[in-house]
Structure formats: C-alpha cells, structure tokens
Design a protein around this ligand. Structure first.
Ligand code: XLS
Ligand code: NI
Ligand code: NI
Length: 434
C-alpha cells in the first residue's frame, strides 16, 4: 500500500439517507434494474489522464497538484502512479479503467523507447489487473500533446508523422490486446485544421479514412476482439475537427466503408460543444447503429470550454441513460469518467469524492431511466403519435411514388389535421421520475 490515500476507506453503499460524504448514496452495484445488476449496466471506468496524469494546469497557470509521481519523467514514478491508481480503483470498486500511452509511461521522444516503456508499464498493469480484478475498458494513443502532432496525426501533411502515428497506434493496440481491453478508442484531437488557407481537406480526410482501415485490418490480424471506437468532438484543440459529431462521423465512416467495423464513443461535453444535447448524440448513434460507449462528464455552460467536470445533473444524465437502455445498453462499452477535478481540489480525498459523486449521479440517472422505461409512459406516447404509420395504407405509400400519392390526396380529399405534440405534458412526466 502507498501512503497516498491513507485514512480513506473503501467506499460502500449506505443509501440515500446516509450523511457520510465518502459513501455511495445511490450506486449499489448489486441492485437489479431491468433484470441486470447496476454495475453491469453502468460499467464504470476511471480515466487515467485526468485522475493521475493531469497536473492541475489551465491556460493561465501551470501545475497545482503535487503528487508523489511528479514530475512524470521516469519509469519509477510511472510505477508509483500505477500503484496509487490501482489503489483508487479498489477504493471505489470501479470495474474498469482507461488510458492513453502518454498517461502511463514517460514521453521519451523516440518511438522505440516509447514502445518499450509502454510494454513495460502495461506488463506491470497486467499483474495488478490480475490481483485486483480491475479490467481495461479501452486503451488509446495520445496523438495531440507532443509537438510532433501539432499539425495532426494521420491527417498530417508530413508522411513521417503518418508513419509515426501508425506505429504508435499499433503499439497501443498491441498493449490493449495484451491486457484484454474491451475496446480501442481513437479521438482525433488534432485531426482537423486551424485554417483552410494551409489545409487540403479532401486529402486529409482520405488519409484519415485509410488510416482507420489499417487500424481495423490490424485488429483482425492480431485477433483483437474489442470494439474500435472513434470519439466525436467539434473543436478543441483544433479549430475544426473532422469528427465533429455523431452524424458527421457516421457519414465519414460510411464513405470509407467502415460503418460496420467502427462505433462511436460519445462524450457529454463534446455533445454540448457541438450544439447538441447528450441524448441527441446517443439517439443519433443508436439510430445509425453505431452506439458504442460513453465518456461521462459535463461542461460549465457559462464558459463554453470542454471543462471536463464530473457530472452533477441528474435529469440530463437520466435522459442519456434512457436512450442507452432503450437501445439495449452499451454492449462492450461503458461509462468512462472523462472528468477532472477543479485545480483547487488538491487533496486525495477530493479525487475519491469526485468519483463517488459522479457514480451516484449516474446511478440516480440510470434508476430514473429504468423506471421511465418500465412505466412505459414515453414509449406509449410515441406509439400513439406515430400510430398512423401502422395502417397498411400508410405503409403502402412508402412503396409508392409522388404521382400516385398526389392522385390519392385529390381522390381522398386528404387534408391533414394538426395534433398537439404534448411537449409540456411529456416534460412534466419526466419530472416525476428525476
Ligand atoms: C478530449 C477527449 C479525450 C478522449 C481520449 O477531449 O475527450 O479525453 O476521450 O483521447
Ligand atoms: Ni473530452
Ligand atoms: Ni473523451
């Protein structure tokens, strides 16, 4: 045991009436919802980058956290960081974690040493995963922090960077496979542009499509059974990112013939940056057959940045899980807390409390979502609203043509009568559950 979380006990479920801030009030892993344990619905993961690699900086100031593994420039400290990370996974009882290569090993500046240190630390993870039972939800490559990635990874004008990116993703996919990761994520941090004045967009998109095809081919080559996911985000750090939102990603995947092989990892804050709600992104992905996994967080609606805060809005989260449950759950995906502390939250206790709070908010949202689905009020209202389409006449129309439809409008004197959308009634209904 390290000293880092000294004095903090394993968090347990004490119910809504407990006033213990370090206990779960709603997250009860074994509680059954719609025939499945809560833990299996939510499949929580801790994000290594925010909880352990991030040092507390913002655009106006540097490091505020002083952790025993800072500065993160050698393997000894990478191991200390891993020791603390796995202690936290156990204190929280989270089943999964996620990493970028750059979060878990030092940046050495060279591919070969980046790969060998990645191999070394992931071997160390392997032992810890075995002894603690923690699993890997997904691995990913950080291809946006180091200056080599400043003009993109697979979309870089320099073929050497494309090559470095291919080698890097190969090493991360190998490590994810070795650790039996259940997914592999590609978030296109700098796959986009700052100005069209220096950007050949068509060429960059073709390169990104080719790159993703190579990733899918390699996955099959090594027998990796996990799901490949891309993560939409409209901007930040690039002024414009190619993976703008769920719909844009689907169009891209379809153009390059990848829509059967790649699904989406949707993030709450990214949905908001794209001008959507989280449930919009989830429903879009589900209706296109590419709902994969979620990154749970929230943005500060006032600042307009990707502030990556822990979720705290139950009604929002409830609607997100409503669409997830309605669409049969997340499959091999899960709920990854892509969320970080505020930079003044210095204490180890803050890190634990942040996750406990996030897990409780998700649990409350999930419970509300399950109740709404079981009650069936929203589904009933939907069925009624679209009931007209169940008639044979309406179905026949879909196989007909404009001229015949026009004729039937005249023959049958069709004159639509508007009916209420009942939005307020439905909003009031949701309010009963959240
Ligand atoms: C950044 C992204 C990132 C991905 C993984 O905004 O959310 O954290 O989830 O590269
Ligand atoms: Ni993000
Ligand atoms: Ni994310």
């Amino acid at each position: 045991m390290t000293q880092f979380f000294q004095g903090i006990d394993k968090a347990s479920f004490e119910g809504p009436d407990s006033n213990n801030p370090m206990a779960f009030h709603h997250y009860n892993p074994n509680e059954m919802l719609m025939g499945k344990r809560m833990e299996e619905h939510l499949r929580f993961a801790v994000a290594y980058w925010h909880s352990f690699a991030w040092e507390g900086g913002d655009p106006f100031g540097g490091q505020t956290f002083e952790r025993p593994w800072h500065p993160q420039d050698n393997m000894e400290r990478a191991r200390i960081k891993a020791d603390v990370a796995f202690e936290m996974f156990e204190l929280l009882g989270v089943p999964y974690f996620c990493w970028h290569d750059a979060d878990i090993r030092p940046e050495t500046g060279h591919f070969d040493t980046n790969r060998s240190t990645l191999d070394e630390i992931t071997d160390y993870f392997g032992e810890k995963m075995q002894s603690t039972g923690t699993k890997l939800l997904w691995g990913t490559a950080n291809m946006f922090t180091h200056r080599r990635w400043m003009s993109g990874a697979s979309t870089n004008p320099d073929p050497d960077v494309f090559a470095f990116a291919a080698a890097t993703v190969k090493s991360c996919l190998d490590a994810t496979h070795k650790l039996s990761g259940e997914n592999y994520v590609l978030w296109g941090g700098r796959e986009g542009y700052e100005t069209l004045l220096n950007t050949n967009m068509g060429l960059e998109l073709d390169h990104m499509g080719r790159f993703l095809s190579m990733v899918v081919d390699y996955k099959h080559k090594i027998g990796f059974k996990g799901q490949i996911l891309v993560e939409p985000k409209p901007q930040e750090p690039s002024k414009h990112q190619y993976d703008y939102d769920a719909a844009t990603c689907f169009g891209f995947l379809q153009k390059y013939g990848l829509e059967k092989d790649i699904k989406l990892n949707l993030e709450q804050g990214h949905a908001i940056l794209a001008g959507h709600s989280f449930e919009h992104e989830i429903a879009t992905a589900a209706s296109l057959g590419v709902l994969g996994s979620i990154d749970m967080n929230r943005n500060d609606y006032q600042s307009g940045w990707d502030t990556d805060q822990f979720p705290n809005n139950v009604p929002e989260v409830a609607l997100a899980y409503y669409h997830i449950l309605k669409n049969g759950g997340l499959g091999s995906g899960g709920t990854n807390f892509d969320a970080k502390l505020r930079r003044q939250s210095l204490d180890p206790k803050d890190l634990i409390a942040a996750h406990i709070g996030g897990m409780d908010v998700c649990a409350r949202g999930l419970k509300a979502a399950a109740k709404m689905l079981e009650d069936g009020g929203l589904e009933e209202a939907l069925k009624e609203r679209y009931a007209g389409w169940e008639t044979p006449k309406a179905q026949e129309m879909l196989n007909s043509d404009l001229a015949s439809i026009a004729k039937s409008v005249t023959d049958n004197k069709i004159s639509p009568r508007p009916v209420s959308g009942q939005q307020e009634i439905l909003e009031n209904y949701v309010n009963r559950f959240v």
